[in-house]
Design a binder for this molecule. Sequence first.
Ligand code: NAD
Length: 412
Amino acid sequence: MPHSAHEAVNTYFTEAARIIDLHEELYPVLTTPYRELAVQVPVRLDDGSLLVTRGYRVQHNGARGPYKGGIRYHPDAGLDEVRALASLMTWKTALVNVPFGGAKGGVEIDPKMLSKAEMQRLTRRFTGAIHHILGIYRDIPAPDVNTNAQVMAWMMDAYSSVHGYTPAAVTGKPLDLGGAPGREAATGRGCVYVLGAHCRQEGIDLSSQRVVVQGFGNVGSWLSHELHALGAKVVAVSDVSGGVFSEHGLDIPALRSHADEGQPLVDAPGVEILTNDELLATRCDVLVPAALGEVITEDNAEAVQASIVLEAANHPVTPHGDKLLGDRGVVVIPDILANAGGVAGSYFEWTQNIQQFTWKEERFNQELEDLMTTAYAATRAAADSYGCTLRRAAFALGIERVAAAARLRGYV
Ligand code: NAD
């Protein structure tokens, strides 16, 4: 079994590459990153002391277009983790057929220890250290764990101070700075479009599903909001502080207001408290990991009670955990399909910035729904024709498209 996140993603790559008879000489070209930049990030703290940490930008594959992927601020955002996430972006952008390659960035930092001014200084130093490999037709960052529209605004400004005003240099920006109406909700909403397509295919009534969601940040809270609005019963949600549960379904709008005030979920009134481990084993139809990677493993996959696992987070299920779920007939809707609404929404924002023309949110959501349901249908058709899981089918489609572009460009 793989020892690192990048090896784990490559396990999924290899399983899918065998199905499509990919020529073995392409394996090293498609599994190793094109470029990895590791930089020192010194930050002067408000108390006058100096904190020095590391930051990374990994450009995995650019055969199909400019590199694209989020920036994560987290103590565990080391090079292997960022490499794994960059490779997932390559297969994701190809699967949903947006004209990008795959990249990811990270800074090894716990942003909860930083003031807003310190966050801004950190973001400017990191952008200053990597700006020479970014650009609207080179590499376009976006938000990820612990980064948001404000961080993207600082990145855009730091990039623009060297290269001139360039809103398309990053996506996920605030609306007042070239952001796209609909982008903030796009990842969570996209997950719900994919789940809806799966339910229609299987004859399942989405509005009657019991749902459990781990993570209540950008992705988890929007996804919970959309499912709640469709009538599904969201019985448990969690953040880093722990989980909250209600047998009759949680009041998601109230919990979002509570979280928006910066309050931990476990302090919300009128709910039962759960640990994150208990949350993953809670009785439900759909379990949605929407926080960090590798939370469903060989140690807890047997305890999962859901019949569908919707991977809103990136790489939330290890290969061993995936096998145990599959053996029990649990359908896993893989990350590169489920959460691709984020990069699809970023594509719409980038397109609008380049054209200097803003779409209405209705158009954004309609385009997003079309793109996500088309990707689900293609993945489902490939899974049926190969007789394999949705994950293998999704990787197979992504790999085929990247391999074709690499050959046509004469990379290989
Ligand atoms: P976020 O920082 O907005 O939210 C993360 C949430 O996870 C928070 O509620 C946090 O409290 C919770 N969390 C952190 N550590 C936890 C732990 N140990 N146990 C339980 N909960 C924990 O991040 P986000 O943007 O919502 O991203 C969540 C996941 O979705 C990540 O895997 C990310 O890579 C993936 N994703 C995000 C986007 C996007 O557009 N933001 C797009 C695609 C995929």
